[in-house]
Design a binder for this molecule. Structure first.
Ligand SMILES: Cc1cc2nc3c(=O)[nH]c(=O)nc-3n(C[C@H](O)[C@H](O)[C@H](O)COP(=O)(O)OP(=O)(O)OC[C@H]3O[C@@H](n4cnc5c(N)ncnc54)[C@H](O)[C@@H]3O)c2cc1C
Length: 411
């Protein structure tokens, strides 16, 4: 990986705007699937020492922060196929059962991996491990060039390419521009994509919690009158907490000292998962649903959160991004011209339905479980109870958690 510092005017087959989780993973997969292609990554944030060849010493790229993500079993299979999982497996924590419940109401649903003859429903991974691994691997790819810290300031389409002017003064062109800049993306706007957004007026507070007793590889999602609380099991007997609260309530919770925060989350969640004995660093994220009206435009495509910025209630954002990458690999195949009409339309067709379905499912969960009307509470509790009793109803929730049935055969 080369960090570009002086002015250049270069042509690339594929330019990736945003070197976060989705952009870096795509770069790695493309560098393996189509090694003859020249790739550029434009990343706004700085990471020092990117030339380190020691994975443990390589700082992760931006976007690989303190959060942990639940990877569906289908996503883990893909990471395995792409040559990454063997280096991550011992850092991840298998997810063997999930309890979904509604605080103060009777409804509960319980999913176990054994019901589906699986070792695990998914795996929970601290994203910094993926960041370090990708950083380490991309260092060695001669066909990947980094422009960092940098960002696109203007985009001029021609029939065969996108001409890009960067803030540093560099000019690049690419047969296709893949935009993976996260939910708030300047290049998406410059490329002419329209966006609709719904602000849930909620924030997610994340932190790791230490547990006084073993977590038994169990995840909990508990809906409270203020929003869902999710606990994902981590290695070393910790839980990753994602606590959704009303936007105005986030700052006071962030300001609490550690013992008071631990006591507050214990009280909000209850004792079902055991006793929390400590808390690590906290971070907060405003929660919105952002969705562009198109997936592709002339010689450009959206990927990851730039394409679907979801509420984390169902842990689907990065799992969707992994399926976006799989579809891009399939659309490019072994010989398709990057950015051709056929390639872009294949990508659009492969992604359209899955993204729509997951957005609908996630948004319905947020709205259904944020509603305190007695009728809505009764309906959702009956639904949870029915899921507990009936495998046919539970199956869609389980398939969603496992991310199965969405993956395309070849990549
Ligand atoms: C609290 C929380 C919990 C979550 N839990 C889960 C989970 O359990 N499972 C799951 O699947 N997903 C989960 N997600 C979602 C997941 O984190 C996202 O889907 C994922 O981060 C998307 O990666 P991305 O690369 O698309 O975007 P980002 O992570 O936002 O990365 C975007 C990158 O682009 C760079 N950038 C931005 N603007 C520019 C620019 N103009 N030019 C160049 N570079 C730019 C940024 O610096 C960054 O490096 C969770 C999200 C949150 C907030």
């Amino acid at each position: 990986m080369t960090k570009q510092t002086q002015r250049s005017n270069s042509h690339f087959d594929i330019v990736i705007a945003g070197g976060g989780m989705a952009g870096s993973l795509l770069a790695w997969c493309l560098s393996q699937a189509r090694p003859e292609l020249r790739l550029a990554i434009i990343e706004r944030q700085t990471t020092d020492n990117v030339d380190s060849t020691d994975a443990a010493q390589s700082p992760p790229p931006a976007s690989f922060d303190g959060r942990s993500i639940a990877l569906a079993a289908g996503s883990v299979n893909l990471l395995q196929r792409w040559g990454l999982w063997s280096a991550l497996a011992d850092k991840a924590c298998p997810l063997r059962q999930i309890w979904v419940s509604d605080r103060g109401h009777f409804g509960k649903a319980h999913l176990t991996s054994s019901e589906y003859q699986l070792d695990a429903l998914g795996q929970v991974l601290e994203v910094e491990h993926l960041g370090q691994l990708l950083s380490h691997k991309l260092v060695k790819q001669a066909n990947v060039q980094y422009f960092q810290p940098d960002h696109i300031v203007s985009i001029t389409p021609t029939s065969a390419s996108q001409q890009l002017q960067l803030a540093s003064g560099n000019s690049l062109s690419g047969n296709v521009l893949i935009i993976a800049e996260g939910g708030v993306s300047q290049s998406r706007q410059l490329a002419g994509f329209n966006l609709s957004s719904d602000d849930y007026q909620q924030s997610a507070i994340i932190a790791n919690l230490a547990l006084a007793q073993p977590h038994q590889h169990t995840a909990y999602e508990r809906f409270t009158e203020h929003g869902p609380i999710a606990l994902l099991p981590l290695s070393a007997n910790r839980y990753s907490l994602v606590w959704t609260v009303a936007r105005h309530a986030a700052a006071p919770l962030m300001a609490l000292d550690e013992p008071t925060f631990t006591a507050t989350i214990q009280q909000a969640f209850g004792y079902r998962a055991g006793i929390f004995s400590g808390v690590g660093a906290r971070a907060q994220y405003p929660l919105l649903l952002r969705r562009p009206s198109e997936i592709v435009r002339h010689r450009s495509a959206l990927l990851g959160n730039s394409l679907h910025n979801l509420h984390p209630i169902a842990g689907q954002g990065f799992n969707l991004a992994i399926r976006d990458i799989q579809a891009l690999l399939l659309a490019l195949g072994s010989s398709a011209e990057p950015g051709s009409y056929t390639m872009l339309q294949t990508y659009r067709q492969l992604r359209e339905q899955d993204i729509k379905r997951v957005i609908w499912f996630t948004d319905a969960l947020v709205r259904g479980f944020s509603n305190n009307s007695r009728l809505v509470a009764l309906t959702r509790n009956t639904g949870l109870l029915a899921m507990l009793l009936c495998d046919q109803l539970k199956r869609p929730l389980a398939l969603q958690a496992m991310g199965q049935g969405q993956h395309y055969a070849k990549y």
